[in-house]
Design a protein around this ligand. Structure first.
Ligand code: NAD
Length: 445
């Protein structure tokens, strides 16, 4: 569904009108170029605190890209990367202030601010840990200041051993794929498996399952994974078989019409995958439903049916897959949560429970998955323009769109791109992360 306000705000007449009336003017975001996805270009200014740890990794991450390292003395428009890992005391935080105070005005429209810090638990002592934790507040506030320009600010925290794995998150944060990911904290840990280095087709020849692939966000996920070279097994309810087959034929993938809540569905799905491959690269648990009602009016069917689609089937499928070695040594599991599972929402006790539990699944399984070379992460989308959100009443829909730092809703592809990053072999150090894809919605922030 199109956002007329956003389109008007970016038209020649609309720009004059909105500015004269003092109305918010959200900027049309710059996303991946479909002809050259993952291509990184533009100017980037690098800064670092005294004693910063990751200069070499940052430098080599940018080496094979078309990005130019910018001169601090030139005021051209650019992205800003700052390595804050050396900051260990309150006094030293001045260095962070000075860099951004001096350079934030040179940030490009739809530019990126990326700060790299140490996960507090990896800091040398509690004083440094506390100061590094302060970066959360800094990034979240800066993101609010620059969002109206379509720009984002994100923080990459490096855990022990995670320094070898920062190239993938750095490149993703600089790319058009992260356009709607704002004010997020990613953690880079010791890689759980080998990291390949095909940056243009990272999923070439790899097989992944996407549930709920017939439409909406699931369809966009299937498209992004296929664009990146994957063979997608699309799963959706038998009623959606026609659309599912047409899409999977177009994408060169396979269709599996299956209600994931039906008897034996997890085994059917696992056996279907086993028949195709001995090494499944990943599964994206995207299928989900809402059954909104105030708790006092909610029927037990509305609670139980939703819980089986959004949570029960996800757990059963994971169990069935993990009983085999299909995902071992490089496999990826991705959950699709929601900001409703973080912030809660009126009429969504059932939905928020299920989506909070998806976050719980990531938190409680990450370590066990890592021991088998598997990563598990989740996205928590905010307001995304789909059939689901088109059904929301007009005023609430407008509020859902505007109440974010970027002043607009996201597109299904924004969620799909973050998932594409999670499942890329290069992201083997990204495990146990839950990333909101919400443009920094004020809900639950
Ligand atoms: P959608 O309703 O457009 O698509 C969901 C798909 O899942 C459909 O194709 C549906 O047929 C399939 N599905 C439902 N039950 C199934 C079952 N039992 N077995 C197999 N397939 C089943 O929804 P969407 O907006 O694309 O949402 C996708 C995911 O993103 C969901 O998990 C949703 O909760 C989550 N999400 C969406 C938004 C948003 O703004 N649209 C925000 C936060 C989270």
């Amino acid at each position: 569904m199109s956002d007329t306000y956003l389109e008007l705000a970016n038209s020649a007449l609309g720009k004059k009108l909105f500015s004269a009336m003092g109305l918010p003017e959200p900027v049309a975001l710059v996303r991946e170029d479909p002809e050259q996805p993952h291509k990184l270009s533009g100017q980037v200014l690098l800064g670092a605190s005294l004693g910063a740890l990751f200069a070499d990794q940052i430098g080599s991450s940018l080496q094979d890209t078309s990005m130019q390292i910018s001169d601090p003395l030139v005021t051209e428009k650019r992205h800003l990367i700052y390595d804050a890992s050396g900051i260990a005391t309150a006094e030293q935080s001045t260095e962070l202030y000075e860099f951004f105070h001096q350079h934030i005005k040179s940030l490009a429209a739809c530019g990126r601010v990326i700060v790299i810090g140490l996960k507090p638990s990896a800091a040398a002592n509690s004083e440094q840990g506390a100061v590094q934790r302060g970066l959360h507040g800094f990034i979240k506030s800066l993101a609010k200041e620059i969002g109206r320009n379509g720009s984002t600010a994100n923080l990459l925290m490096v855990d022990n051993g995670g320094d070898t794995a920062i190239e993938a998150p750095l490149r993703f944060l600089l790319s058009g794929g992260s356009a709607f990911m704002n004010a997020q904290i990613l953690t880079s840990s010791k890689p759980v498996a080998a990291m390949a280095a095909d940056w243009t087709q990272p999923l070439l020849g790899k097989m992944l399952v996407v549930t709920g692939a017939a439409r909406g966000i699931g369809l966009a996920i299937a498209e992004v994974l296929a664009r990146d070279g994957a063979i997608v097994i699309g799963v959706d309810v038998p009623q959606a078989e026609e659309e599912l087959r047409a899409t999977m034929t177009r994408l060169g993938g396979l269709a599996l019409p299956l209600d994931i809540t039906s008897e034996g569905a997890a085994t059917i799905l696992r056996d279907f995958c086993s028949a195709q491959t001995s090494s499944l690269h990943g599964i994206i648990h995207n299928a989900g439903v809402t059954r909104d009602k105030m708790l006092s009016r909610m029927t037990d069917h509305q609670w139980n049916m939703l819980m089986q689609v959004n949570l029960g089937s996800v757990q059963r499928i994971n169990t069935a897959l993990l009983e085999t070695e299909l995902l071992d040594n490089g496999g990826k599991i991705v959950g699709v949560a929601s900001i409703s599972g973080i912030a809660g929402n009126v009429g969504q006790t059932n939905y928020a429970f299920s989506k909070s539990a998806v976050i719980g699944m990531v938190e409680t399984s990450a370590q066990a998955c890592a021991s088998r070379g598997i990563t598990i992460n989740a996205v928590a989308p905010g307001f995304i323009e789909t059939q689901m959100t088109a059904a929301i009443p007009f005023v609430t829909r407008q509020m859902g769109r505007r109440l974010s730092s970027l002043g607009q809703g996201g597109l299904p592809i924004d969620v799909a791109e973050v998932i594409g990053f999670f499942v890329s072999p290069q992201a083997a150090g990204i495990n146990g992360n839950v990333v909101r894809v919400c443009g920094q919605s004020i809900l639950g922030a």
